[in-house]
Every structure is written in C-alpha cells, then in structure tokens.
Design a protein. Structure first.
Length: 448
C-alpha cells in the first residue's frame, strides 16, 4: 500500500505541558494540509515529542524513536520536544534514526521545517517567538479523555531548584498574554469541554515576569467568569509561593475545583535547603491545614523526591512521618535523577548516584505503601455522597462506564467506575458513590 504524501503520526511523551505542545504541532500541520493518522505504518511523517526531564524519560524517548524507526522505515521521523531542545546537536550526530531535530520554543516553524526534510537531515532550535500568543492559535485535540482539556498559561520557570533542568530546557518564566488564555478558554468551553485543567510549571508565578505579585488571581477570576457549563482544575502550585487570596477566590467561585497539586518534594530541612527550597515540614503542614480549614472538601496531591542530597535514614523517616501527618489525598514519587548543568550535578559522582538510587528505590516503595493506605482511607469520605462524574469511556454492550469526580485529575489519579444506562463519553452525570476499590471509586448513575 502506498503511503499518502501528507499524512503524519505524533507520539506525545512526558507531561501535560508536552501534550499541549503536541496538539499545537498537530494543529499547525493540519492547517498546512497534513492529515493525522493513528497508525504509524501509514504515516509519511512521524513526530516524537520527547521528554528530557529525568534519565528514565530520556530513555523512554529514545526507545520510542528506535521502535518507530523499525516499524516505519519509510517515514521521515522528527524528534521534537524537550530532549530535542536540550541535546539538539548531540542527537543530530548520534541518532541517525531521526531525519530531523526540532526544538520546543517556536512550534509555529514546524511546517517550514518538515518541508525541508527531503533535502536531507535538518536541525532547528529557534528561540521563543516575539509574539507570546503565536503558538496557541491552532490546536488539534489529541486527548484520550473526552470532555477534558489542558490550558497552558506560561512557559519555563524562574525558581531554579538546584536539581531541576526545566529552566535549561524551557527557559525563564514566560507568561502568555491574558487575552490569549481567555480566548482559548472560551473556545474550549464553546466546543463542549467540561473540564479545563490549567497548567504551568508553577501556576502562581503567572505574570510575575511582568508585574510584582503577578496576575494569577486576576486570570482565575477571568476564567471563572467565562459562560459555560465547565469546571476549572488547577495543576502545579509551588509550595513556597502559595498565593494569598487563592482559597477565598475558590470559595467564591464554584467553577474552580478545590483540588490542589502542590509538589512539596521533601520534608527534611537539610534536603529541602539542598534543593533550594525555603519551606520545612511545619510550614508545609500548616499550608495543608490552612487549605482544609478553608475548604473542607479540598483534595491535595503532592510529589516527593527520593535520593537527593543529604537524604540519610533520619531524613527519610522525617519524610515518612510528614506523609502520615499530612495525609495527602494523592502522592506521586520519583527517584532523583542527576542532570548535567544543574547546580546539584557536580555534588555527587555517577558511582555515588547509582549506589544511592538503589537505596532510594527501596525507600520509594515504603513511602508508596504508606500513601496507598492513606489514599484508600481518604477516599472513604466520598462514599454515600453524590458527585458529578465526567465520563471518559463507556463499555459497549454493558451498563458500565469509567469517569472521574472532582478529586481525580486526568492520568495521575484513580477513576470512578459507574453503573448506569444512557451514558456518553465526554458528558457529566450525577452519581452516588457506593464504595472504595483500591484507589478507585464505584458509583451508580442517578437517573433524573
């Protein structure tokens, strides 16, 4: 079978911010006459939008390129995203499987870039465009969860945590113009989106690159004032810069879900200071308590890092005690990845890193066991109550569907299994929660 000349396949790896970039790349290509396919075998062009945050993500990105090259030897393969931005020259030299290396700071140049591939292997790592809203004028939804979408409000980060490569990859904080964000949110609401997930490296930093104190609360007020039947979920707020006034704003605006994703990373002061963080266990516990006092139904997710500098057995036990004390609804964890060119990189040898990773992996399993029990117990407070469920998948031939209530963010949290008839993916139904099943909930649709 002959492959159509302008068909493309895109593989999106990494975080939700990368997902938005993939949708922009796909939208740009579609405007240029390209047709997207879900089958890489039938694609003339394959984009691999990579992640370059930690070593495991880099390895996954490379393995994906190798697999797609073996599967589709006929196709042009472009490696884009964070890995391409960070290691462009090295990839061009060491990755012959790729026909092109394309950075992630000016996505609007993708169409002109791929048009040059017939002339040989290409590399392009342009700076951000002068127009901060330029990249967001075209998006093609690639989400596998209907009714939900991500809304990215800024690029980069200026916190400069000592372990983090994000400023190297994405640069300093670069806030989108507010009018651009609000226009995109209106488009999402008009298209039937029921859940807008607002994302950035740190939401609360929005606008601080323009005026002291930033404009995050102003932006949230503008988003919540948009007409439509949708809710707003906030993802990623730095714990050392939690905005004063946010809790009252959420109390006053029912469209904004009481869901907080706060990556605390650790509880030991010695580890936190080595990270470049200013908080401590008491400060972060007080923040959690303040949120729950203001919003009793608040759901709090956090992330913890194992194996960073100064984490001995005592520091780890401090972290375990902190988890038990705070009782987070959700917690993710990962083992520290030693990233070149970050301030922490030269403070440990590769051999030391490998030895500590083994210890950190064991600690991670213990931490996850502690959290799994807490999560299951925290989920019990939803049993016997009614909530709106955004349905993501309906099982054909069965009176059964899978969706999420407000406490469950896409991809990272558990799901709600719903028994009922007449459900449609992407729609919201009132359901009664019957029981907890591990990290999931079981519910019954309430017929009006």
């Amino acid at each position: 079978m002959e492959t159509p000349l302008k068909t493309f396949y895109i593989e999106s790896l990494g975080c939700a911010k990368n997902q938005v970039d993939s949708e922009i790349l796909a939208g740009r290509l579609a405007l240029d006459g390209w047709t997207r396919t879900d089958d890489p075998d039938s694609a003339a062009l394959i984009l691999v939008n990579t992640c370059g945050f930690i070593n495991s993500a880099k390895q996954e990105s490379l393995e994906t390129v190798f697999a797609l090259r073996n599967r589709a030897p006929h196709a042009r393969i472009v490696v884009c995203g964070c890995l391409a931005q960070r290691y462009a020259a090295d990839l061009l030299e060491d990755l012959p499987e790729a026909d092109g290396i394309f950075g992630n700071r000016d996505l609007g140049q993708i169409t002109s870039f791929v048009s040059k591939l017939d002339g040989g292997r290409q590399l392009l790592v342009p700076p951000y465009p002068a127009d901060k809203s330029a990249d967001f004028c075209a998006r093609m939804s690639l989400a596998e969860w209907p009714g939900s979408a991500y809304l990215k409000i800024s690029e980069g980060c200026s916190h400069h945590c000592r372990y983090c490569a994000i400023p190297l990859i994405r640069g300093e904080l670069r806030s989108r113009p507010m009018h651009s964000i609000l226009d995109e949110a209106r488009q999402l609401a008009d298209s039937g989106i029921r859940e807008i997930n607002v994302i950035a490296q740190d939401l609360a930093a929005y606008g601080t690159d323009e005026i002291p104190g930033g404009r995050f609360l102003e932006l949230l007020s503008g988003l919540s004032a948009i007409p439509g039947d949708f809710v707003i979920r906030l993802l990623y707020i730095h714990p050392d810069a939690f905005p004063e006034g946010l809790l009252q704003l959420i109390k006053d605006n029912p469209k904004i879900l009481p869901y907080f994703d706060i990556p605390i990373q650790h509880a030991s002061v010695r580890v936190l200071r080595a990270m470049g963080r200013t908080g401590d266990a008491d400060t972060y516990f007080n923040l959690v308590s303040q949120i729950r006092a203001a919003l009793p139904d608040a759901v709090i997710r956090t992330t913890m890092m194992l194996g960073f500098l100064n984490e001995d057995e005592q520091a780890f036990e401090e972290l375990c005690d902190f988890i038990r004390r705070c009782r987070f609804d959700w917690m993710g964890s990962f083992v520290y990845s030693r990233e070149e060119d970050t301030p922490a990189y030269p403070l440990r040898t590769e051999q030391e890193q490998q030895e500590i990773e083994k210890i950190a992996a064991r600690r991670q399993k213990k931490l996850e066991r502690i959290q799994q029990k807490i999560t299951s117990e925290r989920l019990g407070r939803f049993v016997g109550r009614q909530f709106d469920v955004l349905i993501e998948e309906v099982f054909e031939g069965q009176d059964l569907a899978v969706g999420r209530i407000y406490s469950q963010a896409p991809e990272v949290d558990g799901q709600t299994v719903v028994i009922g008839t007449g459900m449609v993916s992407g729609q919201v139904y009132r359901c009664g929660i019957r029981k907890v099943a591990g990290i999931d909930l079981s519910a019954v649709k309430i017929d009006e």
